[in-house]
Each structure stands twice: as structure tokens, then as C-alpha cells.
Ligand binder design. Structure first.
Ligand code: SF4
Length: 357
């Protein structure tokens, strides 16, 4: 971590307090907030609307930037993966996914991950550490500036998904603080409706998240419809098995407004969880708990040498979807993005490649 406080992780009120302590008026704090978030400036030197003496004072005691971009990779499908390092040497990976009408940034909440999902490469890193709120925001600012240029408008707005390295709900406070800061209209102005947080199933935090006043969207990574298989694929299930997870999902569903839905992610692993019977088992599980405002995202597994799984055949993926739909469950197939640059789901493991873009 940086030796100086990372100002990008300060809320507007915290900045005002800090500036009051420095004997500076409130409007100076507002200028710095706008500089860091609205204008996406990377250093105090660029904040030319501040007096030089103040810029110097700030750079002697605080920081605006701590992450170092080590490598950038661009996929043939336009997806970009950024491999960054914290000052203490831990990887942070962020993925930019362009589509015709919207751009999505998949960001990390932790460096590595303590959960041991059997089909995920990030699990092999273990937990290195939680990212600070400043680091969570900084990785997104770095990506936006790289793609659009410093401070330039984002043509389609930006959607965020907390699905990079880490389990976001194990870094709950920093995550929520970062999302609040990013939603500020004088800053990045990425509102909660454009954000999805994906959890492997940290049940108490799903309840806590449900109660937030301005909460983002929720995705729950499920990948198995019974405890026996889920225990093996996602060991967090031994701590919070499916009945507990679905109680929490039910509580979240109650907070949804008309027309809103939440998501279960289901990674399809060939011969493991993709049979016709397993599709029906999933549909009956949703019926059993009366979950209706839900959609299933089917994610074809992204293969990697270190993992003992293979993707389901395209025919079986299609069949799985059809079986769910025939039982009134909305299901979508997620097209894998950035597989060739290790940017796809479950592939983030700080892999260095030789062809850097
Ligand atoms: S799937 Fe998500 S929660 Fe599971 S090990 Fe990978 S990064 Fe962690």
C-alpha cells in the first residue's frame, strides 16, 4: 500500500474535512474531487486550477496514483486486459469489454482470491490482499483514460462489474465506499443501476447489501443446483449451503422494483454440471424457493491448462438453455470475451504474455 493517503479513495465529505485541517476552504476540496474523478487527472501537477503552493503541499503528504500498469493486452475481439501492480507488488487485473451499445469494465476488488472455486484460475493465486477504495477506483480511471483519453467523455457511458480478481463481499466496506464515490455526479457519475456486484455466496453480506439504500445490481455465482456438487465446485458452499444462499437471494429479490431482475451465474463445465437432468434440477430449485425475478447467465467454461475441466459443447449449452426456458426460466448464453488474452471469466491469474499490445 502507498505510504501516503490515496485521495482517490476519499469521499467528498472526507476531502472537505482533510482540507479544513490544512486550513483550505471547501471549494478547494471540490476542485480536487472534480480533478480526480470528473476530469480523471492523474497528478496534482495537472490540476492547474489549484495554486502551485497547494499542489506542492498536497503532493508532499497525499497521493493520487499508486498503481503501475505492467502490461496491456488486446484481444482479437477488442477486449483489453490491463495487468497492474500495487506499490507492494500485488497484481490487479481489469478488463475492458466493448460491445456495440455499451462498454463494460470488469474490475478487481481483491488481489488474488481466498475462495477456492475449482474452475477458476484466480483461485490459484490465493488471497494476496484487499484493495483499498482508492485502488478500486484508480484501476477504473486508468482504463477509461487509456481507452478514451484523459478526461474525455465515454460515448456509451460505462457499466461496471465486480467480477475481476477477488470476492467483492469479502472487501465489502472498501467496495461500497468506492462505488459511492464513483456514483457522484461531479465525479465519474457511474450510478448504481450501471453496476453489478458478483458474489460466490457470502450470505450475511447479501443480506447487508440488500438493505443498502442505493444498491447496485446483484449476481450470484451458482454453478450447481445441489450441495454435493456445489461443495466440490465452490467450497464456500460448505459454509453457506444452497438453502442459506437461497434465503438470502429471496431477501434480495424482495428489494427489486417492478421489472428488475437479478442474476445467477452458471459456469457450464462439460460432463460435470451441464446435463439435461441438471438443467431441470436448476429450474426446480428456483421453483422450490419461489424465485421469479431472476435470470440465469450461462457461461461456457474458459479452458486453461491448470484446470481439469472442459467447456460444454455448443449444442449442450443451447440445450441447457432451452430446457430452462421450457420451464419458464429466463436464460442467456454469455459469449466468451478475451479468451485469447486470458481476460475471460475465471482466467484472471496475472498471466504475463509475450505479445504485449
Ligand atoms: S470464481 Fe470468483 S470467488 Fe471463485 S475463486 Fe474465482 S475469483 Fe474467487
Amino acid at each position: 500500500m502507498s505510504e501516503f493517503p490515496h485521495l482517490r479513495g476519499f469521499s467528498r465529505s472526507e476531502l472537505i474535512e482533510l482540507f479544513a485541517g490544512l486550513g483550505e476552504p471547501r471549494y478547494r476540496a471540490d476542485q480536487v474531487f472534480r480533478g480526480l474523478h470528473g476530469r480523471r487527472l492523474m497528478s496534482f501537477e495537472e490540476m492547474t486550477d489549484l495554486p502551485k503552493a497547494l499542489r506542492e503541499k498536497l503532493s508532499q503528504a497525499t497521493t493520487t496514483r499508486t498503481l503501475k500498469v505492467e502490461s496491456k493486452y488486446t484481444s482479437i475481439d477488442g477486449t483489453r486486459r490491463f495487468l497492474m501492480k500495487t506499490p507492494d507488488g500485488h497484481p490487479v487485473e481489469t478488463v475492458f469489454i466493448p460491445t456495440e451499445n455499451r462498454d463494460t469494465i470488469c474490475f478487481s476488488s481483491q488481489s488474488g482470491c481466498p475462495l477456492k472455486c475449482d474452475f477458476c484460475l484466480t483461485a490459484k493465486l490465493g488471497l494476496l490482499r484487499n484493495l483499498t477504495a482508492g485502488e478500486i477506483i484508480e484501476q477504473i480511471v486508468i482504463v477509461l483514460n487509456d481507452v478514451y483519453g484523459i478526461g474525455n467523455d465515454t460515448p456509451h457511458g460505462t457499466n461496471l462489474v465486480a467480477m475481476g480478481e477477488g470476492e467483492p463481499f469479502l472487501n465489502f466496506e472498501n467496495l461500497i465506499k468506492a462505488l459511492e464515490i464513483m456514483s457522484d455526479e461531479n465525479g465519474l457519475h457511474i450510478v448504481p443501476g450501471r453496476v453489478t456486484v458478483s458474489t460466490a455466496g457470502i450470505v450475511p453480506k447479501i443480506f447487508e447489501f440488500s438493505e443498502l439504500e442505493n444498491r447496485p445490481n446483484l449476481a450470484i455465482s451458482l454453478s450447481a443446483a445441489n450441495d454435493e456438487l456445489r461443495d466440490k465446485l465452490m467450497p464456500i458452499n460448505k459454509r453457506w449451503p444452497i438453502d442459506k444462499l437461497f434465503e438470502a437471494a429471496k431477501a434480495f429479490e424482495k428489494t427489486l422494483k417492478r421489472g428488475e431482475r437479478f442474476t445467477f451465474e452458471y459456469v457450464l463445465l462439460g460432463g460435470v454440471n451441464d446435463s439435461d437432468a441438471q438443467a431441470s434440477e436448476l429450474a426446480s430449485l428456483l421453483r422450490k424457493y419461489g424465485l421469479r425475478k431472476v435470470k440465469i447467465n450461462l457461461i461456457p467454461h474458459n479452458p486453461a491448462e491448470q484446470l481439469d475441466y472442459r467447456p460444454s459443447s455448443p449444442e449442450q449449452v443451447k440445450r441447457f438453455k432451452e430446457i430452462l426456458e421450457s420451464q419458464d426460466v429466463s436464460a442467456y448464453i454469455r459469449t466468451p470475451r478475451g479468451r485469447d488474452i486470458f481476460a475471460a471469466c475465471g482466467q484472471l491469474a496475472a498471466v504475463q504474455q509475450t505479445s504485449v499490445c
